[in-house]
Design a protein around this ligand. Structure first.
Ligand code: HSE
Length: 306
């Protein structure tokens, strides 16, 4: 077996916004906001993780760390012996805010493992998505984080799949982030087992329209971001996000809950509209942080340094 000790990789992974309104558990978009890590294979076993920024002092710094568990999962699945790991994580994606931080941690681990195993094991895109989905549970955050752009993710008996689409250049994301968190598990628990047929039809039409709006016709974003499948059911757990969305939408800005919340994603149809939305948010919700972002087209990257 190849001795991996001494190999070192640098990883850069984008934040994501999943659902995008009607596309529950299906659509996701990569955003130009990145966690960066250095991962080194060292002698022995076990892991030491240093976290700088988001999650410092909160996330585990040993083998139970999500990045380490993701690396270990990949090594196990491809039958390779896991070396000792030394990891330095520079995190800026906020945790528990609906910006795909756990998906980004999983993807960091998966692509770090891919980099460490360069020349030893070759991975297809489908394998990378499968490995990340094994750990994250659903593919709508990990697909855009891995591949960039707008992704449609779905699963069948063979596993998860994705289609990457290039977003229209007018589409101008604005992420509004509160200083409180939301648990994805709690948000998911608020949803009913079944929904009225009319609501299902409503969401099928809007999510189909959303693909067209995001790739060809941003002027349709208001109609295309309507949802009856998850946002209302979850709003009792994050009423302030509901208020932000209400004010934004009343003013013709296509606002949706970002992922499982509580952040709000505004999909403006051009940069001037985005500026108006940012000013509106600053006026009504000054305690919410506003991030002017681009759509990331590249997805996760890994560079082998040694
Ligand atoms: N589709 C997921 C949800 C995204 O809304 O629960 C968060 O992981």
């Amino acid at each position: 077996m190849t001795d991996l000790v001494g190999r070192k990789v640098s990883v850069k992974v984008p934040a994501t916004s999943a659902n995008l309104g009607p596309g529950f558990d299906t659509l996701g978009m990569a955003l130009s906001y990145y966690d960066e890590l250095e991962v080194e294979a060292v002698a022995g076993s076990g892991a030491v993780v240093e976290v700088i920024g988001e999650g410092a002092g909160e996330v585990p710094t040993d083998e139970t760390n999500l990045v380490v568990r993701s690396i270990a999962h990949v090594f196990e699945q491809v039958g390779q012996k896991l070396p000792g790991l030394k990891i330095k994580a520079h995190n800026i994606i906020p945790h528990g805010r609906g910006m795909g931080s756990s998906g980004a941690a999983v993807v960091s681990g998966v692509v770090a493992a891919q980099g460490l195993l360069e020349g030893v094991v070759e991975f297809t895109s489908a394998q990378l998505l499968q490995l990340a989905t094994d750990l994250e549970g659903h593919p709508d955050n990990v697909a855009p984080s891995l591949f960039g752009g707008l992704t449609i993710a779905w699963e069948d008996e063979k596993g998860p799949h994705h289609k990457k689409l290039i977003v229209h250049r007018g589409v101008s994301p604005l992420e509004l982030i509160p200083n409180f968190k939301m648990s994805t598990a709690i948000a998911r628990a608020l949803q009913p087992e079944s929904v009225p047929h009319a609501d299902a039809v409503f969401n099928v039409s809007r999510s189909a329209l959303l693909v067209a709006a995001l790739t060809q016709s941003p002027e349709l974003l208001m109609a295309a971001t309507e949802d009856r499948l998850h946002q209302d059911y979850r709003s009792e757990a994050m009423p302030e996000a509901g208020k932000v969305i209400e004010i934004m939408r009343k003013n013709n800005h296509a606002a949706v809950v970002s992922g499982a919340g509580p952040s709000v994603l505004v999909l403006a149809s051009d940069p001037a509209e985005r500026m108006e939305a940012a000013q509106l948010a600053a006026k009504h919700f000054p305690q919410w942080r506003a991030l002017v972002l681009a759509v990331d087209f590249k997805g996760a990257t890994v560079i082998r340094n040694q």
